[in-house]
Design a protein around this ligand. Structure first.
Ligand SMILES: [Ca+2]
Length: 455
């Protein structure tokens, strides 16, 4: 199994396109809300693909090297997880040319672009499902869906397979060869037409593994180093065993980071042992290709889960960028954007820099720069240092370089053992470190490196 080598060196930036930036005011959803209003489950704000192009300076300035966009294809909703037409960019976002331009601009900056593939289900208004609704079993597409009866019934309960029982999201019948072919053609089409670099597969646990395997094969046939990232909420070990995906969205690590850094509910030992357990649960090539995150469109913002305490967000970020995986920044986290659960975690990006938490932004930039210039943080092994009380300690090793992070999840000053014999370089302080013990302020951390120079 070959996992694309670029992924282990990548830093992702996730964008919810309606909320990142309005780059083309002529593309305006009906009833668009003023930028920055509180989002609701059905509000639109007018962000678009041109806006993402305009935001590339900010994203590159942060140090991100890959974009993950939530769905961009034609759909009636603001989140676009209910597709109407897999072959059209949603007209509120732009068109195929705008997407091709965006990918081209990203590539020119050395960045990759991964799109969201929602292949489990479609919209109630997808033309093929409409055909089934209208014609019943006489429709040529009747077998493309799973209907329990001889006509479609939506109320009070849908009588057809639909995602999570949501009647507006009928599920494809992937066992039908024509359905599989239809969706696999979509996988190929956007790689060929816009040169995208991979697919994030929505709700992959609901898809037949054989179909997911075919998606991965189709993507690699079009582009050998295409990345196939699955949204697996539980453990992804069986998906890796079957070589169906390259990496997963690492929500299990996210839970641990929230527990240790945001909420203080996990102590240093429990947190670090869990992280090591997760790392050992996956083949290293897949572990390094896991999309590790502090936030996403499906979770309350890390800063909000931290009770608004930016020190906790920074502690989470330091761990995220020092641990294995392909770390991701959810748009706005880097400037201290807050938000509770969906839909509040999908607020508009604040382009007024007066609203930014500059200290947090600067730390994200420093951590990402450090990660890019320190190979051991991207490719090294993972072992535990001395973890006691609220202190977690991780050591990363590869030939010629060692790094360590010691993190204090508690709210008092602590002294902790050095992760190993020095001398080390304290890379955030820019100082030589030779002590046998180190002192950490409340919610503080230290990143130490020894071996090959990182400059
Ligand atoms: Ca717009």
């Amino acid at each position: 199994m070959t996992v694309p080598p670029w992924v282990q060196d990548a830093v992702f930036y996730q964008i919810f396109p309606d909320r990142f930036r309005n780059g083309d005011p002529s593309l305006r959803p009906p009833n668009a809300r003023p930028w920055g209003d509180p989002p609701t489950s059905d509000s639109f704000f007018g962000g678009d693909l041109r806006g993402i192009s305009h935001g590339l300076d900010h994203i590159c300035g942060l140090g991100a090297t890959a974009l993950y966009l939530t769905p961009v294809f034609a759909s009636p909703s603001n989140h676009k997880y209910d597709t109407i037409d897999y072959y059209s960019v949603d007209p509120q976002f732009g068109d195929e040319h705008t997407l091709r331009d965006l990918v081209g601009e990203a590539h020119a900056r050395g960045m990759r672009v991964v799109l969201d593939g929602v292949f489990n289900h479609c919209s109630l208004e997808h033309p093929l499902f409409r055909d089934v609704r209208t014609k019943g079993p006489a429709s040529s597409y009747w077998d493309w869906f799973t209907v329990y009866g001889d006509r479609i019934v939506q109320q009070p309960e849908p009588n057809y397979a639909c995602w999570g029982g949501v009647r507006t999201m009928p599920e494809w019948n992937h066992d039908h060869p024509e359905v599989s072919d239809y969706l696999l053609d979509v996988v190929r089409y956007w790689i060929r037409s816009c040169d995208i670099d991979g697919w994030r597969l929505d709700t992959v646990e609901y898809l037949p593994p054989d179909f997911v395997l075919k998606v991965r094969q189709a993507a690699k046939e079009e582009k050998p180093d295409a990345f196939v990232l699955g949204e697996v909420m539980g453990t992804a070990a069986s998906w890796f065993k079957h070589k169906a995906i390259d990496g997963t969205m690492h929500y299990r690590l996210w839970e641990a980071l929230v527990g240790f850094a945001a909420q203080g509910s996990l102590d240093g030992t429990a947190f670090s042992r869990f992280v090591r357990f997760m790392w050992r649960s996956y083949p290293p090539r897949n572990g390094r290709a896991c999309y590790t995150l502090l936030g996403s469109h499906d979770k309350a913002r890390f800063l909000t889960l931290s009770g608004g305490d930016a020190r906790r967000l920074r502690l989470g970020a330091a761990l995220l960028f020092a641990l294995p995986g392909a770390p991701a920044v959810y748009y706005g986290d880097e400037v201290g954007l807050e938000g509770g659960g969906d839909p509040d975690c999908r607020r508009c990006f604040p382009w007024d820099t007066e609203q930014w938490d500059q200290d947090t932004l600067e730390l994200f930039q420093r951590l990402i720069t450090l990660r890019h210039k320190t190979p051991v943080l991207r490719r090294g092994s993972l072992t535990l240092g001395a973890c006691t009380g609220k202190v977690a300690s991780f050591v990363r090793r590869m030939e010629g370089q060692t790094a360590a992070i010691v993190a204090n999840g508690g709210t008092t000053v602590v002294r902790a053992p050095s992760p190993g014999p020095g001398p080390w370089r304290d890379v955030l302080e820019g100082a030589r470190f030779t002590e046998r013990q180190l002192s950490l302020p409340p919610l503080g951390f230290k990143i130490l490196v020894q071996g090959a120079d990182t400059t």
